[in-house]
Design a protein around this ligand. Structure first.
Ligand SMILES: Cc1cc2nc3c(=O)[nH]c(=O)nc-3n(C[C@H](O)[C@H](O)[C@H](O)COP(=O)(O)OP(=O)(O)OC[C@H]3O[C@@H](n4cnc5c(N)ncnc54)[C@H](O)[C@@H]3O)c2cc1C
Length: 465
């Protein structure tokens, strides 16, 4: 029997993870991608930003090292004045690491027998893809199934146009060779908060312009408060309830004008205004693919669109803009199409992390949902300041929060705020995914001393006789 032909448009995590699954299940797979496999996730978004943040973490640990008994030669113990970021070197490392990661993904796809075509894909109907290749030629690729995984791009405004030099999207910051003397970050969602925190820890004065009452309006309110306290204590200016009207540049000065007429000036500005899906001009509606508000592709929980045989995954669906979710949506699409066992996507088991300092990691139901009466749950919150390992490491900010159902005592959500919270959330994720009870989570051994001891301790506090 001939193999099923799968054509994937977009080589980010939504696309390349699906390609591996489809190849493993015996399909003949072609990926059409414009910018390089790995997608924005690898080339401009997750991988570069987390590599930048790795350097910021080292700088912030060094800045706090004096308290732990480290002194720096030729200074009075003030590391902050003794260390400098070498931005040109840092950015060169970022770009090299991203390119290497993309090449690794390309090699793995080739090993699995996946054909990668460099070019732009669009639908020429629900069962064929038109590939306009980089060499100027065109190919029509007939397909038994198509996966749309074209991702999203940074949103800009007519009044705030990036120039790639001083007014920057998050994709352009790695071209900086000079250290900004005064950085303005517009937008206090996850991306804005991550860049603001990173550059602050790299020793750069940062002003964060936030249209909302607090940073990270979509995250746990207690966590956002801890973060805002830490950022302001470290010297960041946070302008809340300040909506940007325009960003302009004159010479070396960038001016952000707010809707109430106030202005903020700096040497550089990063725009973190959200993303728009890459769905225009792809022939989607003509092929019967319904879009929802904002131009995102409408999908069900097994990644099907309204057109038979056409699936979609990742940021172009706007379901939850995370690389991990994009990859899972892509795999689910292929498991579904190729008849393998498949579980529909369950957003209540997704763990995510905000890579600020401290980090904020979350899984499952939120305190907001409990307060809004969407779910009944008991909530316990334990500050990390009482944890012995935290004391040894000089960590004062952060907490563990667990949510459990009143009757069954199953863990339904959690938040960890602290250093490496992205690693610490995993036991809570397992508990949520496997419906473990608070007692089961509490009874598993933790290392003494360890930050994870606070997760077990929080679970013990949820014990009821
Ligand atoms: C600054 C930043 C940091 C982030 N950090 C994290 C993180 O730490 N963890 C996390 O889980 N998520 C993170 N995200 C989110 C994550 O990057 C996205 O959710 C993820 O990239 C989505 O994957 P995707 O496959 O849908 O799209 P993408 O990664 O955007 O890939 C889509 C690909 O399709 C290509 N393409 C577009 N149109 C076409 C076309 N017509 N034909 C052919 N190819 C096309 C694009 O060039 C691109 O290569 C971050 C986002 C940002 C902005």
């Amino acid at each position: 029997m001939a193999s099923e032909r799968v054509v994937i448009i977009g080589g980010g995590p939504g696309g390349y993870e699906a390609a591996h699954v489809a190849a493993q299940l015996g399909a003949e797979v072609t990926v059409v991608d414009t910018d390089g496999v790995g997608g924005s996730a690898v080339l401009t978004d997750c991988v570069p930003s987390k590599t930048l943040i790795a350097t910021a973490e080292v700088m912030s640990e060094l800045a706090d090292a004096a308290e732990l008994g480290v002194s720096f030669l030729d200074t009075e113990g003030d590391a902050a004045t003794a260390i400098r970021v070498d931005l040109a070197r840092l950015n060169a490392r970022v770009k090299q690491l991203a390119a290497d990661q993309s090449a690794d993904i390309g090699r793995r796809l080739a090993r699995d027998g996946v054909t990668v075509l460099q070019g732009r894909g669009s639908l020429a109907g629900p069962d064929r893809v038109l590939a306009q290749l980089a060499d100027g030629t065109e190919q029509v690729l007939p397909a038994d199934a198509i996966l749309l995984a074209t991702g999203a791009a940074p949103r800009t405004l007519p009044t705030a146009q990036p120039d790639g030099e001083r007014i920057l999207t998050w994709e352009q910051v790695y071209d900086l060779t000079e250290v900004p003397t005064e950085l303005i970050v517009v937008g206090s969602g996850v991306t804005g908060a991550e860049f603001a925190s990173a550059y602050l820890n790299l020793g750069i004065p940062v002003t964060l312009v936030s249209s909302r009452d607090r940073v990270l309006p979509g995250e746990d309110a207690d966590a956002a408060k801890v973060l805002e306290d830490v950022l302001t204590r470290r010297g960041m200016k946070v302008l809340s309830r300040s909506r940007m009207e325009s960003v302009t540049r004159e010479g070396d000065t960038v001016t952000v004008t707010l809707t109430d007429g106030r202005t903020v000036q700096g040497s550089h500005c990063i725009l973190a205004l959200g993303s728009v899906p890459n769905t225009a001009g792809l022939g989607l509606e003509e092929a019967g693919v319904n879009l929802k508000d904002g131009g995102f592709v409408n999908v069900d929980r097994v990644s099907r669109t309204s057109a038979r045989g056409v699936y979609a995954a990742g940021d172009c669906t706007g379901v939850l803009m995370l690389a991990s979710v994009a990859a899972m949506q892509g795999r689910i699409a292929m498991w579904h199409f190729l008849g393998d066992a498949v579980q529909p996507l369950d957003l209540k088991t997704v763990s995510s992390n905000v890579f600020t300092a401290p980090e904020i990691a979350t899984v499952g139901w939120s305190q907001h949902a409990v307060d809004a009466g969407e779910i009944q749950a008991e909530v316990v919150m334990l500050p990390l300041s009482g944890n012995p390992r935290a004391k040894m490491q000089g960590v004062r900010d952060g907490f563990v929060k667990l949510l459990c159902r009143p009757g069954t005592r199953t863990i339904v959500g959690g938040v960890v705020v602290g250093p490496r919270a992205s690693e610490l959330i995993h036991p809570v994720s397992v508990a949520v995914a496997e419906s473990l009870t608070a007692d089961q989570l509490a009874q598993a051994f933790t290392v003494y001393p360890s930050m994870s001891g606070s997760i077990a301790e929080a679970a013990r506090r949820l014990h009821r006789v």
